[in-house]
Design a protein around this ligand. Sequence first.
Ligand code: RM4
Ligand code: MN
Ligand code: MN
Length: 424
Amino acid sequence: MLLTKLQIEQHNEALLKQHQRNFEFVSGCIPNADALIKKLIDFQVAIPSWALGNGGTRFGRFAGKGEPSTLEQKLEDVGLLHQLNRSSGAISLHIPWDIPKDAGALKQLAAQLDLKFDAMNSNTFQDQPGQQLSYKFGSLQHVDKAVRQQAIDHNIEVIKYGKELGAESLTVWLADGSCFPGQLNFRKAFNNTLDSLGIIYDALPDNWKMFVEYKAYEPNFYSTTVGDWGQSYLFASKLGDKAYTLVDLGHHLPNANIEQIVALLLNEKKLGGFHFNDSKYGDDDLTVGSIKPYQLFLIFKELVEGMDARGMDHTKDLGWMIDASHNVKDPLEDLLQSVEAIKIAYAQALLVDPKKLEAAQQNNDVVLAQELLQGAYRTDVRPLLAAARLKAGAALDPIGLYRQLKVREQLVKERGEHAVATGL
Ligand code: RM4
Ligand code: MN
Ligand code: MN
């Protein structure tokens, strides 16, 4: 289901006066509001194809209604999000959950919806029906060369699908590790993984990047072979210039200082991409900014500072993606909230005055440094985001319009109550 231009315009018309009042109030205190709005318009966040249906936990899954049951419908859902916020102009596919059967037709549909294909994701953390060898004891790390080869071949096939669609990166997240002490020789597991990744790396087209994603634990509970940013950094450095670390916000041990990790990876030119979500306990995959919005802001502050220090383009030099699971909310509303939270944190980070902060740091003025950060964080930037949406032809209130037009009800009518999406 797609919206008409008129539907968006009528919605905006009704909210315009209130928006203008809010905007004037905030923009008066911001020196470069126009430049900031331009940056907000340009900043796009990719939507994962596996998160358009309701997710679940290992205790169960409570299905939603009207989920997209084909890849085409998934693209349509992301296209709809993009119409509502003009900030979700890309989709990231997971193989084999979303094998593109007709790449040409999909590319055409994506172009109609103004979507790009973001990073391709491989899956060697599950066994698929009919699969010859099992990944129960790992994939790229496996003691058996034949299993490693099967996992390598899968990744190379994923690159092939991505090439057909015009994607330019491969994200490798491995569940490889061990559940009990003694189960694994850590050095051998590392070296097997490095050799396997090396073969995949060699199959990358010249303009592609490889993102090596790390995660502390789960599904393995004793060791994970790419368990933290240090291990990912080792792989990425040994593989070469096209390999980078990918930071998923939910993949750290409690209280990890993610903003510091991000700053150092950027400094080493090894930060490649991001998976946004939020968590309280582990890899909870909750809505971005729903639990620790200040941490999200601090991460963005490091991203902006680190990217600017290296003259990087905020919009395309790092891969920005949501990686969340929607257990109790409507996935489309949840994704709208996540994109909004990301852009709020980005806008607030842009408000930090780098010169003033540097002077405070040089003078060891701890109080002023905190004032500068929290002054930016406590600014209500939502009218700036709304102004960016208005300018880009999106809705002033995306969730409001989604509800007003009863989009989910329409999707249920089109797709039926029991349509189930592949994915998490
Ligand atoms: C993992 C990890 C990966 C994602 C899968 C579905 O925990 O975050 O990025 O592809 O989940
Ligand atoms: Mn992830
Ligand atoms: Mn995860």
